[in-house]
Write a protein that binds this ligand. Structure first.
Ligand code: AHG
Ligand code: MN
Ligand code: MN
Length: 338
């Protein structure tokens, strides 16, 4: 079998099809290198003194794990001198990080959730890094937070790297989804699947069921109908999975289909959801759409949402198209039949 490395894949995307400019290719190479570095730290675990909690909180008031901070630093350092970026934003940093002393200013903005699935770090369950790339607005001189507030449909690249039994980087530049697994002996990511497709139908749902009593009626209805199985309105039995790492749940959905939901609930009614629009929902939403699936907040397409702040939260429903459309329909028209 001919092995195609991520570098070669990106060069082909640039040269053969002109799908990505050279600067974006170089940026994606740097992000992949940072993910490889994070993967090594994750692998060392207790031996590398990377487990456990740091004594700090992030901007959302969440306790930071040592690996949250390490992964954030790796991504900042890797990209600081690359020359393709104007600025970065991270779930773990309050404000944006402007790339210093660059003239001319880099063309791109990088956003990331450095370590997704923090509660799984110490228990040796899959975690990951999620990233999204935007272009600096045309003619903009001097970068500020407002430049990041672009809808998800403006992304020019998005992906994640899952640190599981294998380390796999999943990427879209707007021409389908490709997967690359890290070959540790060679030190490079190797293409393992191109043109990833999510089946439109599924019998598998993912939601944190412990929040059931807090859900909104349309979500409760959807899950109740799944739980009713063969005898219920859906006429088939469903299976459930919840890994509590969005990367790992989305990776399963890209591999074999399914629906993932982290909906708004009554615990903190003023918050639109738990997950973050810019670091989680947008990149994952675009990957899922690029693989033939759908992503909404229950009412509208995630990628159409105009962000109003960097750390904005959102309700997320994504995965197999027909299921996502069903849950969205239950929100928009509660009296519609199953
Ligand atoms: P993070 O570790 O970046 O804060 O994200 C965790 C997210 C997401 O990965 C996962 O789907 C969800 O939180 C799990 O939440 P619960 O613990 O409420 O199930
Ligand atoms: Mn996360
Ligand atoms: Mn995180």
């Amino acid at each position: 079998m001919k092995r195609i490395s991520l570098s070669r894949y990106l060069v082909e995307q640039q040269r053969v099809d002109g799908r990505i400019p050279p600067q974006l290719r170089l940026l994606l190479e740097v992000v992949a290198r940072a993910c490889k570095h994070i993967s090594h730290s994750v692998n060392k675990g207790a031996l590398g003194d990377v487990l456990g909690t740091a004594s700090s909180e992030n901007v959302q008031g969440e306790v930071q794990k040592k690996l949250d901070i390490i992964a954030n630093e790796v991504l900042i350092e890797a990209n600081e001198w690359g020359g393709h970026l104007a600025a970065m934003a991270s779930e773990e940093m309050e404000g944006i990080y402007v790339v210093p002393n660059r003239y001319p200013q880099g063309e791109y903005l990088l956003l990331f959730d450095p370590l997704d699935g923090s509660s799984n770090i110490d228990v040796n369950v899959s975690i990951g890094t999620i990233f999204s790339v935007l272009k600096m607005p045309e003619g903009d001189r001097g970068v500020d937070e407002g430049d990041f507030l672009q809808a998800g449909k403006q992304q020019v690249a998005a992906g994640y790297c899952v640190y599981g039994p294998q380390t796999t980087l999943v990427l879209t530049v707007g021409d389908g989804v490709a997967m690359f697994t890290l070959d540790r002996e060679q030190g490079s990511f190797v293409l393992v699947q191109e043109n990833v497709q999510i089946p439109a139908d599924t019998k598998e749902f993912a939601i944190n069921m412990s929040n059931m009593r807090h859900w909104d009626a349309p979500v409760k209805r959807y899950v109740d109908e799944c739980l009713a199985g063969k005898e219920g309105p859906r006429g088939k039995d469903f299976n459930m999975r919840w890994i509590a790492s969005m990367v790992a749940d989305v990776h399963r959905i890209l591999t074999r289909g399914g629906i993932f939901m982290y909906p708004w609930d009554k615990r903190e009614p003023e918050k639109p959801g738990k997950l973050r629009l810019m670091y989680e929902a947008n990149p994952m939403g675009w990957l899922v759409e690029q693989a033939g699936g759908a992503a909404t907040n229950g009412r509208e397409r995630i990628l159409d949402i105009q962000p109003t702040k960097l750390h904005e939260r959102v309700s997320v429903i994504l995965g197999s198209k027909n299921e996502v459309e069903r849950v969205t329909r239950y929100h928009l028209d509660p009296s519609s039949p199953a």
